[in-house]
Design a binder for this molecule. Structure first.
Ligand SMILES: [Mn+2]
Length: 432
């Protein structure tokens, strides 16, 4: 007997990979965990008859010769597979798109960093020229779209897009797909979100804006990831770790989402025994009060140190400066010759103002070109410290609609961070 299984709380990538594996390995039965994400549950309630699936409780372990694990590489994330763990004669396969944190040592490992595990299986189906029904194509496309955020997450690879194109050629139905991929958001979710927002708190850790809300939930509530994502977006934090705890059952679930490259929530929750990828992760915990979970998350975040790239790595220096007594016409010549739009005004090494092209609009008569820059300069200058993180600096540029930020430490100007320096950071064009 050959079986394929996937992680608990199966999402579309998990379900699609499992079903695709039954086509890649003919004669294989899909064993689905009892806990499914609500979208998948809704999809299966209508399409179940089209797949031959088995529940974990029905598996005759002695008869299993081959186990294929898809979209997971940890025993703890599988349901009821312990009896197969450590069986030497088992033909064990792992097909996954997350490189680290694996605890299954399989003879056959297909682990590649693509956006969705389904992409790896679609590659096999394509090269074997398998014929898909439109319904299969739709399910596989849902798997790829869900895990890549419709091909928009940074984890997306070109191959995910090729696989998606191939599935569209095989008549994947976007109407059906959109209906099931729409996040389930109910009155109950709304009530939970409101409770979270009432107590919302932002904290700063190593320059990142983080929120770790604690919320009591009774019994099983599906789809909390949707609530957490909305919470993160409303608060405008880089990452949120939602601790949903049920005191009567003494258990808690942590769901984390990140919208910053420098906070890898999957790696953080792996340290707590969970899993995920840089932008999304989760973990189930028992007998740990929420305060203690929060403390643990904060510890791990702090150990992570600063964001890899700091402003001091990006800023330009030395910087052209003028003195407060410099005449406006000289400043104008400097702006023109150097092709820049603003110059810091410095007195004895201290930043006292900024003179930019805009300030020249205040000049009414030619004689004013002989005046010192201090008569026209802006004295309220927005600055950053060299250890600040680049994302925050980018927010300042946008918020104040300025093109450059002097980098200042203890009143001394060290350099200047321009809009193009920030662009180089976002497009990964860093100097070696
Ligand atoms: Mn996946």
């Amino acid at each position: 007997m050959q079986i394929v299984t996937t992680h608990k709380n199966a999402d579309f990538d998990a379900l699609a990979s499992a079903i695709a594996a039954t086509l890649v390995f003919p004669g294989t039965l899909a064993v689905l965990p009892r806990t499914l994400n609500p979208n998948v549950k809704a999809f299966l309630s209508i399409h179940k008859d089209l797949f031959a699936t088995l529940s974990a409780a029905e598996v005759p372990y002695e008869e299993v010769e081959r186990l294929i694990v898809v979209d997971a590489n940890c025993w703890s994330r599988l349901e009821r597979m312990e009896p197969l763990k450590g069986r030497e004669d088992l033909d064990l396969w792992v097909i996954d798109h997350h490189r680290d944190g694996g605890t299954i040592s399989a003879r056959h490992r297909v682990i590649e960093e693509v956006g969705a595990t389904t992409t790896l299986l679609v590659r096999e189906l394509r090269s074997a020229r398998k014929i898909l029904t439109p319904m299969q194509a739709t399910l596989f496309l849902a798997g790829i779209y869900e895990d890549t955020g419709n091909l928009s997450f940074p984890s997306t690879r070109a191959e995910d897009a090729y696989a998606a194109a191939w599935l569209l050629e095989r008549r994947a139905d976007l109407d059906i797909l959109n209906r099931f991929l729409r996040p389930a958001y109910s009155e109950r979710h709304k009530a939970i979100l409101f409770r979270m927002l009432e107590k919302a708190r932002r904290i700063r850790v190593n320059g990142h804006r983080i929120s770790i809300p604690h919320t009591q939930v009774e019994g099983q509530v599906d789809g909390l990831a949707v609530v957490l994502r909305m919470y993160m977006e409303i608060l405008g934090v880089d990452a949120a770790f939602g601790i949903f705890h049920d005191p009567s059952a003494r258990r808690a679930m942590v769901i984390a989402r990140s919208q910053s490259d420098s906070v890898d929530v999957g790696a953080i929750l792996r340290r707590l025994g969970g899993g995920g990828h840089p932008r999304a992760g989760s973990v189930h915990l028992r007998d740990l009060p929420p305060e203690q979970i929060e403390r643990r998350i904060l510890e791990i975040l702090r150990e992570g140190g600063r964001a890899a790239v700091q402003i001091s790595d990006l800023m330009s220096y030395p910087v052209w400066t003028v003195a407060p007594s410099t005449r406006m016409e000289e400043a104008a010549a400097l702006l023109r010759d150097k092709g820049i739009t603003g110059i810091p005004v410095v007195e004895e090494g201290r930043l006292v103002g900024m003179i930019s092209r805009r300030d020249f609009r205040k000049i009414r008569k030619p004689a004013q070109l002989k005046s010192p820059v201090k008569a026209f300069m802006a004295t309220e200058v927005v600055t950053v410290s060299p250890a600040e993180n680049v994302q925050d600096a980018a927010r300042l540029l946008v918020k104040h609609d300025i093109g450059r930020l002097p980098v200042v430490q203890e009143g001394r100007m060290l350099g200047i961070l321009t809009r193009s320096d920030v662009m180089r950071y976002f497009y990964d064009l860093l100097p070696d």
